[in-house]
Unconditional design. Structure first.
Length: 256
């Protein structure tokens, strides 16, 4: 069974990890932009984008994993000295073959600055043939922030993307948005049991579910995505549904 991890911060994981990940049937990943401290300058993020695009794709290719990129300004990574030229860099980057989405972008606490940065990036996506977006939702005040994000998405007319880190708290809002939904199986997010419960309860929307690990710099469970796929088989979930969630939905969304 092919597996596509649609949200992983590859720069924080060694090559040896990806050798093991490939043996677990993970064939494709999206390396998503995130900087673990608030950068002082926009140029810091520009270098991060270049690192992901030029280095990470090649590094994972050596272990036979197809690595694509999501670039954008995470709401927790907005530079202290934000230079508007970074939006030009983002717009230029999305035309590169390695870049398949803007991400991850979104809101964390919903400040005025976060909203402005979010809207600027959504406009770039909308003006470039509705380029797909990966949308971060926070751990705290998830429902309130998701509701605000959906309002902004509607105002900009975003039609292609994924609302990520879905939980029972905000899944109804994500369903109503019409976008894809990211089921993140990780410490502090969904457990495998939580994941299976959502898949069973909302089976009708399985053609809009994507699976991911959100692996990054923090202490994490490293094999949750392959384990969740295996558990779906053990639970007797229809193979077509499993294939959609594990791989096919992502291929369709990101036009691969």
């Amino acid at each position: 069974m092919k597996i596509f991890d649609t949200h992983i911060h590859t720069i924080f994981r060694p090559t040896h990890f990806f050798e093991i990940y490939r043996l677990m049937n993970v064939e494709t990943v999206i390396s998503v932009a995130f900087y673990p401290v608030v950068p002082k300058y926009s140029e810091t993020l520009e270098d991060l984008f270049r690192w992901i695009i030029e280095r990470e794709t090649q590094r994972l290719q050596f272990v036979n994993i197809a690595c694509y990129c999501g670039i954008g300004i995470h709401p927790r990574s907005i530079p202290q000295n934000l230079n508007a030229n970074i939006y030009k860099t983002i717009e230029e980057s999305i035309h590169l073959p390695e870049v398949v989405c803007l991400g991850e972008i979104g809101l964390e606490t919903g400040t005025k600055e976060e909203i402005e940065v979010f809207e600027r990036q959504l406009i770039i996506a909308e003006q470039n043939s509705n380029f797909p977006v990966i949308l971060h939702t926070p751990g705290k005040n998830k429902r309130e922030i998701t509701k605000k994000m959906v309002e902004i998405l509607e105002s900009v007319n975003i039609r292609f993307g994924i609302i990520d880190h879905i939980s029972p708290e905000n899944i109804d809002l994500a369903i109503d948005s019409g976008l894809y939904m990211g089921l993140t199986i990780q410490l502090g997010k969904l457990t495998i049991d939580n994941f299976l419960q959502i898949v069973r309860e909302y089976e009708y929307y399985a053609n809009r579910f994507l699976i991911n690990s959100d692996l990054g710099i923090d202490i994490a469970q490293k094999d949750t995505v392959p384990k969740a796929v295996t558990q779906m088989f053990k639970e007797g979930i229809d193979r077509g549904i499993i294939e959609s969630i594990a791989y096919k939905n992502a291929i369709k969304l990101f036009k691969l």
